[in-house]
Ligand binder design. Structure first.
Ligand SMILES: [Zn+2]
Length: 292
């Protein structure tokens, strides 16, 4: 079954606020690639009312509607049961369970993998592109995806101060602007813990499946450097206009048409106090492998 699929998956994992959405859009600008966004949320509560990058609501989107219909028609699981299993096999808190299922797959895990495979098949049938890009971020998801398709895993890292500066922003829900959930400024200790655990889980996954680690501050100014990690991309993919056809969930940047990749990195962490800046810099010195 594996390797015989007419499509390959590029899976983008990493902590939030690390550039996963823009990387998804950038890779999706390749002729034969399709950006899905954060596919893990395809059946979360209220998704039908959220906006797709085509600016229609997911429930009315001309791409996702037939995909959902085809998927639910073939999947052995109801969408409700799939959601239950998704919560069992996705997320860092379930990492050990997923790891155990890699060696001793349970009936539930097999059902989850099978149903996820039907979802990808439905996406391929509707987009016809041989590269499907999923930026769900979770380090656990490749354990299911690699069971039925060839997967190129990219662990995207962003330096701690860049992440912390984003997390200090007060984000309020605005569905029209593509912001589906509120996010008040987080405590520094909480961000550090989540950032560390997320990167640690992603690091384990790329060791397990021979993935690649890429650094936000490097590829954003040198997108051509991604070619050495993504052998399927066309050589001029980064020179194209960035338009996400039908991405769901993820950063609101997916809703903006005709994007150009900015070639600079913001090093002005304006939301950080002096002590937070100093603390963040210390964290970066101690974690050079994630903070380049
Ligand atoms: Zn759409």
């Amino acid at each position: 079954m594996k390797r015989n699929k007419p499509y390959k998956i590029i899976y983008i994992q990493g902590y939030g606020h690390s550039g996963t959405t823009i990387l998804d859009i950038l890779l999706g600008s390749s002729e034969d690639a399709f950006s899905c966004g954060e596919l893990t949320f395809i059946n979360r509560a209220g998704i039908a009312d959220e906006f797709c990058s085509c600016n229609n609501r997911i429930g009315q989107c001309g791409f996702w509607s037939p995909v959902m219909k085809s998927w639910s028609g073939k999947s052995p699981l109801s969408l409700k049961d799939y959601k239950k299993l998704r919560n069992l096999f996705e997320g860092n808190s379930n990492y050990l369970r997923v790891l155990r299922n890699q060696f001793f797959p349970s009936k539930n895990f097999k059902a989850y993998v099978e149903s996820t495979e039907y979802l990808y098949d439905a996406i391929y049938d509707n987009c016809g592109k041989s590269l499907i890009i999923d930026s769900s971020k979770q380090a656990t998801r490749p354990f299911a995806l690699t069971k039925f398709a060839e997967v190129q895993i990219l662990h995207i890292c962003r330096n701690f101060r860049g992440v912390l500066n984003s997390e200090k922003k007060n984000v309020v829900v605005d569905l029209k602007e593509g912001v589906e959930s509120a996010s008040p400024p987080k405590r520094t200790a909480k961000v550090l813990l989540d950032w560390f655990i997320s990167n640690l889980a992603c690091a384990c996954t790329i060791v397990f499946f021979k993935g690649s680690r890429i650094h936000f501050r490097r590829w954003i100014v040198q997108p051509e450097s991604l070619l050495k990690h993504c052998k399927y991309l066309e050589h001029d993919f980064y020179e194209r206009e960035l338009n996400a056809d039908h991405m769901l969930a993820g950063n609101k940047i997916r809703l903006l048409p005709n994007q150009k990749l900015r070639s600079t990195v913001d090093t002005n962490y304006q939301r950080l106090t002096r002590s937070q800046n100093f603390f963040g810099k210390t964290v970066e010195i101690l974690t050079p492998f994630w903070s380049k």
